[in-house]
Design a protein around this ligand. Structure first.
Ligand SMILES: [Mn+2]
Length: 355
């Protein structure tokens, strides 16, 4: 009934798991389409949603045919889980160990005496790492909205605006173009703020001679886009120009290295070696990360990633240079790995744009 639940069930059988309690909202959505609160028990190859009155009707609409157990104060969720395990002779429950809090774990352990709580070991994330055609289409759409919004912004953005004004204009434009939300809080960092990779937009007034880094993304059907562009206002210094072109060279070189079968660390190294030669230590974060329902997913493009890129992986490629007191630059695309290389979902120009 739910193909992804069936795939998970097969992985569970292989891992010797009989019951799994899914509590991450994105994982519940991925498996069945359900976006509300509650928990989902995967057992016997099926999904049972445990939720309260507020979500019972919605569950039937979003995930037609899903088995729903209505919980309330006299039928608490953990008690319902216990009853199902007891009826099915389940002695171990896999839980999302990177989500369940210490307090929740304590309550669960008290409610489920005699049941071992074991780690789910990221089985669902392993499924989510390879995107199917529908998911790729949603991320492509989110990226297209992001690029359209950037293009419109270029027509209205000018020196004299604050970072915050630019951020609001960009966010509003993405929403007008069909983005259901921001994929994450938009970053707008001008001048010396540009050395802060995750700067919060401020009342800083953008001046001639500064660069502005914009890191943003639209969201479509739950799926996120992630892109960064850095633009110049008026005439910038030779130093800033060199920073820009170093980052651009690193971004293009690492993109050119992308191919199925390559390890994430190989791609990271291409950009890192190039930048370290000119600006040692100025590129302090990883080259990229997976994107999907979450803004940071697997696989990574970083110094440790040994997994091979596989068709259906969607990753960002985002080298940067950050120099405190001077400024910074980052250029980022979101790409999908294909059988022969990659498909860049971000089409916005990358040559230095001067406004
Ligand atoms: Mn990113």
């Amino acid at each position: 009934m739910f193909p992804r639940v069936e795939k998970l069930a097969a992985m569970m059988r292989e891992a010797g798991m009989t019951h799994m309690l899914v509590t991450k909202p994105k994982n519940m959505r991925y498996l069945t389409g359900y976006t509300g609160e509650g928990s989902m028990l995967i057992h016997n190859g099926q999904a049972t949603l445990l939720t309260d009155f507020r979500y019972v009707e919605m569950a039937g609409i979003q995930a037609p045919g899903i088995d729903v157990v209505k919980c309330d104060s006299t039928h608490p969720l953990n008690g319902e889980v216990k009853a199902i395990l007891a009826a099915e002779d389940g002695h171990a429950l896999a839980i999302e160990e990177d989500r369940v809090t210490v307090a929740e774990h304590k309550k669960l352990a008290e409610a489920l005496t005699g049941v071992a709580l074991v780690p789910a070991n990221g089985l669902i994330e392993k499924l989510r790492i390879v995107k199917d055609a529908d998911e790729i289409a949603c991320i492509r759409k989110a990226c297209a909205i992001s690029c359209q919004a950037f293009e419109k912004l270029l027509g209205v953005m000018k020196a004299g605006m604050t970072e915050r004004e630019v951020q609001l204009e960009l966010d509003y434009t993405m929403l007008r173009l069909g983005s259901e939300d921001m994929a994450f809080d938009t970053i707008a960092a001008a001048g010396t703020n540009g050395s802060l990779p995750h700067a919060v937009p401020s009342d800083h007034v953008i001046a001639e001679g500064e660069m502005l880094t914009l890191d943003f993304g639209a969201q479509y059907a739950g799926y996120k886009a992630d892109m960064t562009r850095t633009v110049a206002f008026g005439r910038i210094s030779d130093q800033l120009s060199d920073i820009y072109h170093t980052v651009l060279d690193a971004q293009l070189a690492s993109l050119a290295a992308i191919a199925p079968g390559k390890q994430g660390r190989d791609i990271d190294k291409v950009a890192r070696d190039l930048i370290d030669k000119k600006y040692p230590g100025a590129f302090g974060h990883s080259l990229g990360h997976g994107v999907g329902l979450d803004i940071h997913e697997q696989p990574g493009l970083n110094t440790r990633e040994e997994r091979a890129l596989t068709p259906g992986h969607i990753v960002t490629v985002e080298p940067g240079v950050y120099i405190p007191g001077v400024g910074g630059c980052r250029i980022e695309d979101t790409v999908v790995i294909t059988d022969t290389g990659y498909d860049n979902l971000i089409t916005a120009p990358k040559q230095l744009i001067t406004l």
